[in-house]
Design a protein around this ligand. Structure first.
Ligand code: HAM
Length: 414
């Protein structure tokens, strides 16, 4: 077979699936404790939902979207992130009336046509959380602490939280003008920077080619209006009160245009060059911009593959308890149906009251020796042997596959 999974995508199997499930389970438990409700949105949406919300001059919209036409020539896009989809669903279903606490979370695949490398894929998973209809800086602090708590629950405790404020529509225009002036004096800007200078000067902060040239570049923090300044101050105060360590990073901008006020990233040294595990911030205008009421909002998304790698590298999965494995063997073909019925019962009710088990067999048409070889191969801890003489007395043999000892047990006691 010459087929391979498409570039930048992965098949997930074996232990990784177990780890992925555990990671998502942990996150779900924490979300529920914090009063968040799950929402599942479609994997594709109208393409303009993303172009309008993420921003025309962002990398995602300029070059990373998977866009296609359906048979009726509707322009659709695989979702590159979850925030815009959730905002669409929030408006469409008047979720503020259904869930007045307005706290939502989601898990799922996202798609971006990026150059694949470790920690950067074309299909990846995010776990996201969003709080709507809440303009309080306490919601920003809650969101940051929530992200931190999920990482802590996975043993990822060596993290750096970077926060910044990108201001609002009142204070950002002056900053924008100042930035444009500053950048127009920087010599030899790259093609991308020159193109973005007028439309989206904040994007220049992220330029891998030019950023080293930007010494003394003005930062938004010096231009915040009173309201944004107060907000940012309270976010910091609440984080400090909650013993959440952070660094104020005036150069932090984000790759999506919808942000206002607080933005943040959680980075870890454990994951290599793609070190941002979580990113998020406040986006007070997005819901209105895509047709809803004026609804302030704040949220984050965790990159699941990166978090998984970080959790693995700190040894979080090393001591995971696996279910006990049993194999059901038969000495005579006529006992197959008895062993089969026992397998059904065991998987439903457990063995000796233990439900944390995996049951294999019985299998047809193999000698007992070959059945036991197979049991060894799949590394079961015990084989329950249905043997004719014992079965007639209501008993089975239990073989410990490690030390090869064997004992008789009454079948109805298992
Ligand atoms: P983002 O920074 O684009 O933000 O992505 C969030 C996280 O997703 C990143 O920090 C990273 O861990 C992971 N990620 C992004 N792209 C890739 C990729 N190509 N491969 C693997 N992991 C990736 C957002 O998506 C916003 N929607 C976050 C947000 C939620 N803001 C407010 N609410």
């Amino acid at each position: 077979m010459n087929y391979k999974s498409p570039r930048g995508t992965h098949d997930v199997f074996g232990k990784t699936v177990l780890w992925l499930n555990l990671l998502e389970q942990k996150a779900k438990e924490i979300f529920i404790r914090h009063g968040f409700e799950e929402v599942r949105t479609p994997i594709f949406e109208e393409a303009t939902l993303f172009t309008r919300s993420i921003g025309q001059t962002t990398d995602i919209v300029e070059k990373e979207m998977y866009i296609f036409e359906d048979r009726k020539k509707r322009k659709l896009a695989l979702r590159p992130e979850g925030t815009a989809s959730l905002a669409r669903a929030f408006i469409e279903h008047r979720m503020d009336t259904l869930s007045p606490a307005c706290k939502f979370f989601y898990l799922g695949e996202m798609f971006r046509y990026e150059r694949p490398q470790a920690g950067r894929y074309r299909q990846f998973r995010q776990i996201g959380a969003e709080i709507y209809a809440n303009s309080s800086p306490a919601a920003d602090a809650e969101i940051i602490i929530l992200a931190q708590e999920i990482l802590f629950s996975l043993g990822i405790d060596k993290i750096n939280i970077h926060i910044n404020s990108l201001g609002c529509e009142k204070c950002r225009p002056l900053f924008r003008e100042t930035l444009i002036k500053y950048f127009s004096f920087v010599k030899n800007l790259c093609k991308d920077c020159l193109r973005r200078l007028k439309k989206n000067p904040l994007r220049l902060f992220d330029c891998k080619v030019d950023s080293c040239k930007f010494t003394g570049v003005p930062e938004m923090l010096g231009y915040l209006c009173c309201d944004c300044k107060d907000n940012f101050y309270i976010v910091q105060l609440l984080l400090k009160k909650a013993n959440c360590n952070f660094t104020v990073n005036g150069k932090l901008v984000r790759g999506l245009d919808y942000y206002t006020k607080t933005v943040f990233e959680v980075r870890s040294d454990a994951v290599g060059p793609q070190d941002t595990l979580v990113a998020g911030g406040r986006y007070d205008n997005l819901v209105k911009e895509i047709g809803g009421q004026n609804t302030p909002a704040v949220g984050f998304a965790i990159g699941v593959e990166r978090a998984l790698f970080a959790a693995q590298s700190v040894g979080f999965f090393d001591n995971l308890k696996n279910p006990e494995k049993f194999f059901l063997a038969i000495t005579d073909q006529e006992l197959f149906s008895e062993a089969f019925a026992f397998a059904v019962k065991a998987t439903r009710y457990g063995i000796n009251g233990n439900k944390d088990i995996s049951v294999f067999g019985p299998i047809n048409g193999k000698s007992l020796t070959n059945q036991l070889k197979f049991a060894d191969k799949i590394q079961v801890s015990k084989t329950i042997i249905f043997a004719k003489a014992e079965f007639e007395n209501g008993e089975v043999l239990i073989k410990n596959m490690k030390d090869k000892t064997q004992s008789k047990v009454e079948l109805n006691k298992l």
